[in-house]
Design a protein around this ligand. Structure first.
Ligand code: ATP
Length: 565
């Protein structure tokens, strides 16, 4: 908001105009009544025009202030959304896991909307409410000082009602917000996994799960509705009592002084303004307290520093694909024990390195660490003899391509997805890379070939096609190090063999890590790393490992048996 000083100044000036108009109108009306009492038609006309002018001035200022507040609120939320999204892009895997993706989405959408409302509210009411309250209070006191106790009584009654009702309402609003998050979360999860829901006939169970949170949401919404339905008659009652008391106790005064009839009008109007300011103030406090929680949640995103940082000025460039792990130990945040322990190995550039091990042995963790998705807790990882912590971001990302276990594509075209691997990839690059990944054939079958549409998450492609496209994206930039994390699992044996042969031929200078469940995927590798429960228990060629590593032989034997079956 500080960046928009002109908005702030404009809103401040307009607020002064609005408040002046609101405080002035009852006084003019009072004079009109007095003029009517004196049968002074000219004065009535002049004062009537004056009243209209003041009201019009207040109205115009109100419209202008609403426009300014809405503009400011829109700009603030747009810039928060942009900054928040850009910040999240810099987050490391561990940062994102800490927040969770669902939570980040709620912060970027719902929380920002809360802050947008807060900004609007601040500009429209924050200044106006206190000034109007104090002004109306003083003017009411000055108008009919004899009835001071009615003002005090009104303030006390309204305050008690506001604190009581809004206090309870605030709690339920909080619960509504929480349940709304759950409803959103369940709906999102359900829709993302609708195929699984249907194939396991989970529709009813899912509907029940949804209904449970939805009912909670309804319950709190009904309570808030009921409180609102009590609130309005309560305030009407308080104002009616205040007006009745005013009329009753001013009757004697009016008998003595006829001007009191005019004063009554403005006194009652000031009373109503006092009441409204307390109600709006209370509502504002309640909503603001929620919006401040949202603001805190957004601030948390903006102030979180990425767990992975790069030194763009003094960072070193990776010259070749030699990879070495030196005593690397790594533990995920929140895990009780390390996923990788004292891992040490070297791979020369151009080598093919297989990584095998049982489920949960740490293969994917190791794969991701080569691309510096996580930094080791102990030890170091070097590529091209540069510690990954001393590299430059772009250079590292160009040097190391990671093809993840789960092929993720973005909505757009095939070409746009492939260009994630190489910004300026031309047609030849795409054709060559898709040949390596055995993707060319099905891309050519698309009506628009490389301009073919990719739906959200690549929904219009089969699992094997998605994997081929993501391998294409990985190899298109001819990286120095290519990490294939179980990325050929959905390919048939023939295609997998062709991919490997093409990689060996076309990317012979690239160090290729092949993480695999199947030993058959890595038998030809120059070196195979055998992981067991986070430890590197053996390394060597297939032949050497069959002869020397019981863990490797056990995996090999079980898989051999399966193939025979
Ligand atoms: N993001 C994470 N947060 C916390 N713990 C994790 C995370 N990812 C993996 N782990 C833990 O680290 C260990 C190694 O997991 P990893 O995914 O590296 O195994 P893997 O050998 O690739 O298994 P698989 O063959 O089943 O893919 C497991 O015990 C797992 O629970």
């Amino acid at each position: 908001m500080k960046e928009k000083k002109s908005y702030l100044l404009g809103s401040l000036l307009l607020t002064i105009v609005i408040v002046t108009s609101q405080l002035w109108q009852p006084k003019v009306l009072q004079n009109i009544f007095i003029a009517i009492g004196n049968d002074d038609k000219d004065a009535v006309m002049t004062l009537g025009v004056k009243l209209l002018a003041i009201a019009a001035m207040g109205l115009l200022a109100g419209v202008a202030n609403t426009l300014i507040s809405a503009g400011m609120a829109r700009d603030v939320s747009a810039s928060l959304r942009k900054d928040g999204f850009e910040k999240i892009q810099t987050f490391s895997f561990s940062n994102i896991e800490k927040f969770s993706t669902g939570n980040l989405v709620v912060r970027l959408t719902n929380d920002i909307t809360q802050v947008q409302n807060l900004v609007m509210m601040i500009l429209q009411t924050l200044l106006r409410i206190p000034i109007l309250f104090v002004g109306s209070f003083i003017l009411a006191m000055m108008t009919l000082p004899q009835l001071w106790w009615i003002i005090i009584l009104l303030v006390v009654l309204v305050l008690i009602t506001v604190v009581g009702l809004f206090g309870v309402m605030g709690k339920h609003f909080g619960m509504i917000q929480k349940n709304l998050d759950s409803v959103n979360g369940i709906a999102k999860e359900n829709l993302a996994g609708i195929r699984v829901v249907k194939s396991f006939v989970q529709e009813e169970a899912e509907a029940e799960r949804f209904e449970e949170v939805s009912n909670k949401l309804t319950k709190h919404t009904i309570i808030v509705g009921r409180l609102f339905s009590i609130m309005i008659p309560t305030f009407t009652l308080i104002s009616s009592v205040a007006i009745a008391c005013t009329l009753f106790f001013s009757a004697d005064l009016a008998r003595v002084d006829l001007e009191v009839i005019g004063k009554l009008q403005s006194f009652i109007q000031y009373l109503m303004q006092i009441m409204m300011t307390i109600i709006i103030g209370g509502m504002m406090t309640m909503m603001a307290s929620r919006a401040f929680v949202s603001l805190g949640r957004i601030k948390e995103i903006l102030e979180t520093e990425s767990a992975i940082t790069f030194d763009e000025e003094n960072g070193q460039l990776i010259e070749n694909g030699d990879v070495s792990f030196n005593n690397v130990t790594f533990q995920y945040d929140g895990d009780e024990r390390p996923s990788l322990e004292n891992i040490t190995f070297d791979a020369k550039h151009g080598e093919v390195v297989g990584v095998v091990g049982a489920t949960g042995a740490g293969k994917s963790t190791l794969a991701q660490m080569i691309a510096r998705m996580y930094d080791p807790n102990e030890g170091s990882i070097e590529i091209g003899h540069v510690d990954l912590r001393n590299t430059k971001k772009e250079n590292l990302r160009e040097s190391v391509a990671l093809v993840l276990q789960k092929a993720i594509l973005f909505s757009g075209t095939i070409a746009e997805n492939l260009r994630h691997g190489k910004k300026d990839a031309d047609c030849d690059d795409m054709v060559n890379a898709s040949k390596i990944a055995q993707a060319k054939e099905f891309i050519d079958r698309q009506v628009d070939t490389y301009s073919g549409v990719v739906e959200e998450r690549g929904a219009n492609f089969s699992g094997g096609q998605k994997q081929r496209l993501s391998i294409t994206r990985g190899v298109i930039g001819k990286p120095k190090v290519l990490v294939l994390d179980d990325s050929t699992s959905a390919l048939d044996a023939k295609s997998e063999k062709l991919v490997k042969e093409a990689l060996a031929k076309e990317l012979d200078d690239t160090t290729t890590f092949i993480v695999a469940q199947k030993i058959s995927s890595v038998v030809q590798a120059d070196k195979i790393l055998v992981l067991d429960d986070g430890k590197l228990v053996a390394q060597g060629t297939h032949k050497e490992l069959v002869a020397t590593s019981p863990v490797y032989r056990e995996i090999y034997d079980t898989q051999k048996g399966k193939e025979v079956e």
